[in-house]
Ligand binder design. Structure first.
Ligand SMILES: Cc1cc2nc3c(=O)[nH]c(=O)nc-3n(C[C@H](O)[C@H](O)[C@H](O)COP(=O)(O)OP(=O)(O)OC[C@H]3O[C@@H](n4cnc5c(N)ncnc54)[C@H](O)[C@@H]3O)c2cc1C
Length: 462
């Protein structure tokens, strides 16, 4: 491993690595394997070189260096894209892990967050003051990819998606310039970064609004035999529109490790747990549960409790959909997985609404404000020989729910390609995104993502 500063000047016109502070890693260097590893163990691509910048200026130099040598460029935040989109085969991987600092100003209720920070770092720094902003549910996920695609979490019904809580961004463009954007500065770009993914450049800093949420939460989950679960989920769905915003409603369908088909409904309450307990009788009326789990815990515990099941090192696949309503057909499709005998494959529902739906449909690139719930089918396994079977089972389950779907979350796309991107955005928003892409990245340098082709530029064809 060498620092940019140590590296000999490149030939040709570039002095790209001169006088910089980040790391440069090549195959065989001690950090190479860590740098190219992502969450999904199915992804095994080997970049020719990895840059680990420590400043926005470093990032700009890395982008210029890659372009001058015609290297395909990938940008890794937390590495949690299930398709491992960030990692180029050959080419230059810009690994943002050294840009992971988080600074909180409690009096201003703001956090300055590096483009490579993990959710856990943001949560820990904010909770030291009883503050938080919307972040996803697994602490090793990257703030970068999650926020740029939207960002759903237990606080979203109260405060909006993660992207709704970003006040400003610092971003390095495809030509190596550093730009800032907010409601009042480069407002078009600000619109596009709120849901448009990593298409427009490398975000080196997010400034988040924080909220005083306290430090305690309540979780409730009620389990049903699958044949009895349909009625409970119907009542759960009817309750969704009137549920308090502190509550994010959840449902699950799958099998126990012993192979017993099971389903559950529940909620996560962020706020005073005693207030949260007042919802328990409503849920108990949904139907006689075979078991229930009620737990009070810290917000930080909530945000890390699934880190281990969601750990690195497993082979993964998933399919997601947004739904505007849960018809009886949709509920039966959701429950079908529990009866399918498909092992670790399971389905989750998570409620939207509240503050998410109050942001105007055209205010952000995120296009799915009218979703009532998000459905995700996911599975995990270890033996490469099972790849085909596991992926096929998840696709079948996803296909069973798709007829009831209204769209898809860009961050839950896997290998759907262009058709997935078209489902994630309304046509008008996609046109606006393509125009923005043509302005900021006409050559589609940043295409290792759920790609939006530039309107009047060259689409990447590799
Ligand atoms: C275990 C797990 C739990 C999850 N939970 C949630 C959840 O609760 N809520 C939710 O909304 N989503 C969730 N997701 C989905 C998650 O939002 C996406 O997988 C997201 O892409 C992860 O971002 P990342 O930075 O970790 O991934 P990466 O693979 O590093 O990046 C994903 C994409 O974003 C781009 N990117 C990343 N950082 C930057 C940056 N700073 N500037 C420009 N481009 C960048 C990359 O180039 C890539 O195209 C979860 C995913 C996993 C695997």
């Amino acid at each position: 491993m060498s620092s940019f500063r140590d590296r000999p000047r490149a030939t040709g016109s570039s002095e790209a690595w001169g006088s910089l502070t980040g790391q440069l890693i090549r195959p065989g260097d001690p950090d190479y394997e860590t740098a190219r590893t992502v969450w999904n163990a199915m992804v095994d691509r080997r970049p020719a070189v990895v840059a680990r910048p420590t400043t926005a200026v470093d990032v700009a130099q890395a982008v210029r260096f890659g372009r001058e040598r015609d290297l395909e460029i990938g940008v890794k935040g937390g590495g949690h894209s299930v398709a491992g989109l960030a990692v180029p085969k050959g080419g230059l991987l810009i690994d943002l892990s050294l840009l992971g600092s988080v600074r909180v100003a409690a009096d201003q209720q703001r956090a300055w967050v590096g483009g490579g920070a993990r959710l856990g770092e943001l949560d820990r720094a904010s909770q030291a003051f009883g503050l938080a902003t919307t972040a996803g549910n697994i602490s090793h996920t990257g703030v970068g990819g999650l926020t740029l695609g939207g960002g759903m979490g237990w606080l979203a019904r109260q405060f909006g998606l993660s992207c709704d809580n970003v006040e400003s961004y610092e971003m390095v463009t495809a030509d190596g310039s550093v730009v800032r954007t907010s409601e009042s500065e480069n407002a078009d770009l600000f619109w596009g970064l709120r849901g448009g993914g990593g298409n427009f450049g490398v975000v080196t800093e997010f400034v988040f609004r924080l909220h005083p949420v306290g430090t305690r939460v309540l979780l409730a989950e009620f389990f049903y035999e699958v044949d009895a679960a349909g009625g409970a989920i119907r009542r759960w769905a009817e309750f969704l529109p009137s549920a308090p915003r502190q509550a994010t409603l959840t449902a699950w369908a799958g099998q126990t490790p012993a192979g017993r088909p099971l389903a559950s409904v529940g909620y996560v309450w962020v706020g005073d747990p005693d207030e949260g307990r007042r919802l328990l009788p409503t849920f108990r009326e949904f139907g006689p549960a075979v078991n229930e789990k009620i737990a009070e815990m810290s917000y930080l515990k909530l945000q890390t409790m699934d880190d281990e099941p969601a750990r690195y090192g497993l082979r993964r696949y998933w399919k997601g959909h947004y739904l505007r309503e849960l018809s009886d057909g949709a509920i039966q499709a959701f429950l079908s997985v529990a009866r399918s005998g498909a092992g670790l494959l399971h389905g989750n529902l998570q409620s939207y609404g509240g503050a998410i739906g109050e942001v105007g449909a055209d205010e952000t690139a995120f296009s799915q404000r009218d979703a009532v719930v998000e459905f995700v089918a996911s599975t995990a396994w270890t033996d490469p020989a099972e790849d085909e079977t596991e992926i096929a089972a998840a696709r079948r389950y996803g296909a069973a729910v798709e007829p009831f779907a209204s769209g898809v979350y860009i961050n839950t796309l896997a290998d759907e390609g262009d058709s997935g991107v078209r489902r994630a955005y309304r046509a008008e928003q996609l046109r606006r995104l393509a125009d923005l892409k043509a302005h900021y990245d006409p050559d589609n340098v940043f295409h290792l993502n759920h790609n939006i082709a530039p309107a009047s530029g060259r689409a990447h064809t590799a």
